[in-house]
Design a protein around this ligand. Sequence first.
Ligand code: PLP
Length: 375
Amino acid sequence: MELFDVYTTYDIAPVSAKGYYLFDGEGKKFLDLYGGHAVISIGHAHPVYVKKLVEQLDRLAFYSNSVISPLQQQVADMLETESGCTDYSLFLCNSGAEANENALKLASFYTGKSRIVAFKNGFHGRTSAAVAATDNSAIQAPINKQHAVSILALNDLVSLEKTLENGDVAAIILEMIQGVGGLDEPEPGFLDSLYKLAHQYGALVIADEVQSGFGRTGKYFAFQHFPQQPDIITMAKGMGNGFPVAGLLIHSKIEAKKGMLGTTFGGNPLACTAVLSVIEVLAKENLLENATKMEAYFRKKASALSLPLQVKGKGLMLGIDFGFPVKDLRANLIYIHQIFTGSSKNPNVLRILPPLNIDEQALDQLFDALKTELS
Ligand code: PLP
């Protein structure tokens, strides 16, 4: 049977990993500055993660949501304490797209409206409403295009107000740092007005933290770089360090009734154990602080390249805009220097989304390779 052709792949097949390194079948070692697309948060095969998951697998791998789950409550309690998001309830599901789909659905239930406002270069996943809110018509089928969506330019306040004035907007969904789009961010003044306008016109604000959450930007969630609180926060990727798990935090002002959302696999014991391990390790190893420290080091090293470039992003959700397409550079980094990096919709941006426990030595390896390639 042939495999469905999902993405263009590199000709590399990793078979094992440890910390921030991947190994192929011949023992070739790769520096992982991509983290499987911002998924590996606490590092590959972290001992706490492995031990807890193995023990849980032995104890109880799965049961449905028709029984009480003390592990789910532990996740909610630890997440509240560690993230400081104190006025929310937690719904657990399985992927970033599913989290956004549920968030949009909930906003529509709550407001009785159906229009979504999203932004140019935003990415929210591939399910029905989530992909409709994604700025890429090539991945939308006719069934997705039935949703009422307004895709606006980021920071365009005039268009935002005009759209909200129609009174049919259920939700504004945005990434506080655009991942797939290429690390652009809303301006603080725009965000401030966005929250005010959303509340004025009765729309909910959904922060898509699927990529930027769980410490990636140096804060628990990227929205915490700003003063306002979203109505719904969606999360996935780094939350499970590779175990498929996602969730949404729902503000207490939203009357989310039983039956509005549901899931078979969401919040299963293994998924909860993965999240609990991630939360524990993020705190014990001060990985949010490390992300901030590594950002400063990355910026210092980038400026020492003495090239006309722009560093974008925050924490360890970073990139360099070189002002020329980086496709060949990325290929050389991986095939010659054995370093995985990330790309984006912006062809000129080389991204890094490494495990949050990388150190200066890992970044030195990248910048030494960059120096060689750019000379
Ligand atoms: N939202 C953002 C910001 C993302 O970056 C992604 C994936 O890259 C998604 C949603 C979709 O997540 P998933 O692939 O887990 O469905």
